[in-house]
Design a protein around this ligand. Structure first.
Ligand code: NAD
Length: 355
């Protein structure tokens, strides 16, 4: 099995590459541009393995994508490369439209050309999995869950760009009869997570005794999934998912942001006691513009049809995650040059406007 993984040097991509190379023994080509969020150190575990290769390339570069397809000749494509941080999309959406929309379009076109050149048997084997987010569905109230038929209603430039790319992937399946499957997953957490996102930022600030910023009142709810559960789900979906279908991925682990931060504080207080309880470091800060209130995934289709189950619940997963950050400062310390923890995604105040 030969699998081309885009975005494999990122958070979820590196977990997926580890799983495919080490657990499954597949031949994997990781294609990644190595933006600020990409990190070859996240692929150290597969470094030197004969069944893993790395290609530094931009998915918007059609010639590089054609060459990757023609030389590697994948049976499967798992497309994760994206700009992924909502806050960054608020203050600068250009890269999000470029990579998430144009990049996905370019990759789909390169895949279509390659697919058209395959013999029938290889065409029958070929699959393209487009990896997306539950944020495309917009925001939920206190009740209800996102299903695969929930209408798209994205709120942020990030989720709008992912929604656009989902529509492209589905259109390429319907129009060009390409064997494409789409997955929409809830918020992930775990090792190798770039420390601009809530959970790793909180862990690292709490280790350092720094303030723990919480947006608004911390009441926004997210449905948390341990990243290795997501990696296994993606493998199951590309292996057995039905062409043209969408599969929602989630672990039924809804938590308010403030409860996530408090839980991290208590786990850290247990594992690595400090002079005062870390909860005292919590600071409520101005909310994110357009902050969705609640996300929650109904993963019944994936569970019943494909037999996938999340193995971690939030308490076991967060314990493993905190332990990983405590033991792997070699990975996160150098990232401080790329991001020092400053607030992102704040729009200028009305008083700062001209006129
Ligand atoms: P990430 O930001 O950690 O990693 C993205 C990777 O893509 C990086 O390695 C980066 O270098 C690479 N990349 C960016 N632009 C590229 C380009 N133009 N060409 C090639 N490579 C490029 O993101 P992540 O959190 O690992 O998310 C991976 C995918 O999963 C994304 O498509 C995201 O939308 C989706 N997703 C993420 C979550 C989550 O909670 N993190 C949840 C659901 C879905």
């Amino acid at each position: 099995m030969r699998v081309l993984v885009t975005g494999g040097a990122g958070f979820i991509g590196s977990s997926l590459v580890h799983y495919l190379v080490i657990e499954k023994g597949y031949e994997v080509l990781t294609v990644d541009k190595l933006t600020y969020a990409g990190n070859l150190q996240s692929l150290k575990l597969v470094d030197g393995r004969q069944n893993h290769r790395f290609l530094k390339a931009d998915i918007c570069d059609r010639r590089a994508m054609d060459e990757a397809f023609d030389t590697f000749r994948p049976d499967r494509v798992m497309h994760l490369a994206a700009e992924s941080h909502v806050d960054r999309s608020v203050t600068g959406a250009q890269a999000f439209v470029q990579t998430n929309v144009i990049g996905t379009f370019t990759l789909l076109e390169a895949a279509r050309t390659y697919y058209g050149k395959l013999y029938a048997e290889a065409q029958g084997r070929f699959r393209f999995l487009h990896v997306s987010t539950d944020e495309v569905y917009g925001s939920l109230g206190d009740e209800g869950l996102f299903t695969e038929t929930t209408p798209y209603d994205p709120s942020s430039p990030y989720s709008a760009s992912k929604a656009a790319s989902d529509h492209l992937a589905k259109a390429w399946e319907r129009t060009y009869k390409m064997p494409i499957v789409v997955s929409n997953c809830s918020n992930n957490y775990g090792p190798y997570h770039f420390p601009e996102k809530l959970i790793p930022l909180t862990i690292l600030n709490a280790i350092a005794g720094k303030d723990l910023p919480v947006y608004g009142k911390g009441e926004n709810v997210r449905d948390w999934l341990y990243v290795e559960d997501h990696a296994r789900a993606l493998d199951v979906i590309i292996e057995r998912g039905r062409i043209g279908e969408t599969y929602n991925v989630g672990g039924r682990n809804e938590r308010r942001n403030i409860d996530v931060v408090r839980r991290i504080c208590s786990v850290l207080d247990e594992r690595s006691p400090s002079t005062k309880p870390r909860e005292e470091l919590i600071r409520f800060v101005t909310d994110r513009p357009g902050h969705d209130a609640r996300y929650a995934i109904d993963a019944t289709k994936l569970e019943n049809e494909l037999g996938w189950r999340a193995l971690e619940n939030f308490d076991t997963g967060i314990g493993k995650t905190v332990d990983w950050y405590l033991e792997n400062s070699w990975w996160w310390e150098p990232l401080r040059d790329r991001y020092a923890g400053e607030r992102l995604g704040v729009l200028p105040a009305a008083s700062a406007k001209v006129g």
